[in-house]
Design a protein around this ligand. Structure first.
Ligand SMILES: C[S@@+](CC[C@H](N)C(=O)[O-])C[C@H]1O[C@@H](n2cnc3c(N)ncnc32)[C@H](O)[C@@H]1O
Length: 470
């Protein structure tokens, strides 16, 4: 018989020992819950009429929510082989011209659906690589948006930038128009990893761009890293983490590499070099250890922040929220998304645009909303979404709060879920008491598994479309 191996990890000051058996038990496919119901549950029959109805409903609600706006800019000059996002690869920058034309028409339509009293609290440009656009195109697009929506006095205005294609002119243009937050794609500094995933990016160049962002005065700088990339080891990734600690970003997103070769064929090319199971887990736990020792707080799932960051305060105050962009302090906004493949998330519905450019262009050229699928969110969905968000954001579910918001008796409504949670309690993931469910330190690592207990749609078969939870 093979003796069980284990990893020691310190979370929230607690020393934990995780065995291979426990890891294998919980490292199963599962959603990341940027929405609930999750995307595979959405309906292809949800179309333009539904979308208009949903927009109208959101805007006529007397307690209409402030706005969060998302714009998808899908272009990249080259393909990073790990990439799971919706991208269009081209070195020809003219490709952006017809895209911006169509996007502006969608912006016109969307802006007409929201009353001017609803202010933009949050705006994000994601991709792809938004800095594929020239500084001039950035200023032009931003002023187009600015002229059609009204902004609050303190909006969070953020953008994803790829340091390999972002110039100082880009950064100055971003600041001029109003961007106050940047997110730098890094992933890993190891040369072998970079070569294997086709993303060569030196520490020196990245650091130079980072320092320019600081000098120019962006309020917050985030970096994206991925653990679980081909050829990564706990030791090699520690070197990347140490370099990150040296540049000291305000926030760090440490994503688990999502291996979905059935959707992203190119990921198959390096499958045999992927660290898996215990090795991947070691990379993650070593990074947690290093980052928390350096003073970062582990917010949850894949996010870290400096203790003075407002995201930490929001977690303490139980006002932290989660949407398609991840964790946010701007709770209660309706998210209106524009651009190919983008996803809107309103109180009562989700809607996704066509994921390929020809379908997106065709719909707009024919004067139709480019919506591909969507979902209405039922009362029961909202209740479960709220419980899942509490798990992921607050690490606890206070039953009384849910009862107050949804007029239910928690123990009665969730009797089956509470029963299933007993097994997770025995494994040390949660603490169950009369008035609350609390995520134990070990549960911080397996937090998706805890959230999955409250997912009414998940079955063993449906689970398979997701990447693994760790
Ligand atoms: C939409 S991408 C934009 C980043 C920007 N284009 C760049 O490359 O610098 C945002 C982030 O998603 C993450 N990401 C992309 N594919 C992923 C995958 N398969 N698994 C986990 N994270 C992934 C990466 O960390 C990436 O920085």
């Amino acid at each position: 018989m093979i003796a069980s191996s284990y990893v020691d990890v310190i979370i929230d000051g607690a020393h934990l020992r995780v065995s291979t058996e426990l890891l294998e038990k919980y490292n199963q496919p599962g959603p990341r819950y940027t929405s609930y119901p999750t995307a595979p549950e959405w309906d292809d029959g949800f179309g333009e009429t539904d979308l208009r109805e949903v927009f109208k409903q959101a805007d006529s609600n007397p307690n209409r929510a402030p706005l969060s706006l998302y714009f998808h800019l899908p272009f990249c000059e080259s393909l990073c082989l790990y990439c799971g996002c919706n991208v269009v690869i081209s070195k020809k920058h003219e490709i952006a011209i017809p895209y911006l034309d169509h996007l502006k028409r969608e912006i016109d339509w969307t802006s007409r659906e929201v009353s001017s009293s609803r202010q933009v609290e949050q705006l994000h440009w994601g991709g792809g690589t938004p800095t594929f656009l020239s500084p001039h195109q950035i200023e032009d697009l931003y002023s187009y948006i600015n002229a059609r929506f009204s902004f609050s006095d303190t909006p969070e205005v953020s953008i994803e930038i790829d340091p390999r294609v972002t110039s100082d002119d880009h950064l100055r243009a971003l600041l001029r128009v109003g961007f106050n937050r940047v997110s730098l794609g890094i992933q890993d500094f190891n040369p072998l990893v970079q070569k294997t995933v086709h993303r060569i990016q030196s520490f020196a160049d990245t650091r130079k761009l980072f320092d320019t962002c600081r000098k120019l005065g962006f309020e917050s700088i985030n970096v994206d890293l991925i653990y679980g990339l081909p050829h990564q080891t706990a030791e090699s990734f520690t070197d990347t983490i140490d370099k990150i600690i040296e540049i000291a970003p305000d926030r760090i997103a440490l994503f688990s590499y999502a291996h979905v070769p059935w959707m992203k064929k190119q990921q198959g090319s390096f499958a045999r070099f992927l660290p898996e199971g215990m090795e991947k887990f070691r990379i993650f736990t070593r990074a947690i250890d290093r980052l928390t020792r350096a003073g970062y707080r582990y917010i949850g799932l894949d996010h870290f922040a400096r203790p003075q960051d407002e995201i930490c305060r929001a977690q303490d105050d139980r006002t932290l929220h989660r949407n398609f962009q991840g964790y946010t302090t701007k709770a209660g906004c309706d998210l209106y998304a524009m651009g190919v493949s983008s996803i809107s998330g309103l109180e009562d519905a989700y809607a996704q645009n066509w994921r390929d450019l020809p379908s997106y262009y065709r719909a707009i050229d024919e004067g139709r909303w480019p919506v591909m699928r969507g979902a209405r969110v039922s009362r029961e969905d909202k209740l479960r979404r709220s419980v899942i968000n509490r798990v992921l954001c607050h690490c606890s579910v206070v039953k009384r709060e849910v009862e107050r918001d949804f007029n239910i008796t928690f123990d009665y409504h969730f009797a089956a879920e509470l029963h299933r949670l007993k097994e997770l309690e025995a494994d040390g993931l949660v603490r169950l008491s009369e008035d609350r469910i609390e995520v134990a330190p070990l549960g911080r690592i397996f937090i998706r598994n805890i959230a999955m207990i409250f997912d009414a749609y998940l079955s063993a078969e449906k689970q398979q479309v997701f990447s693994k939870t760790l």
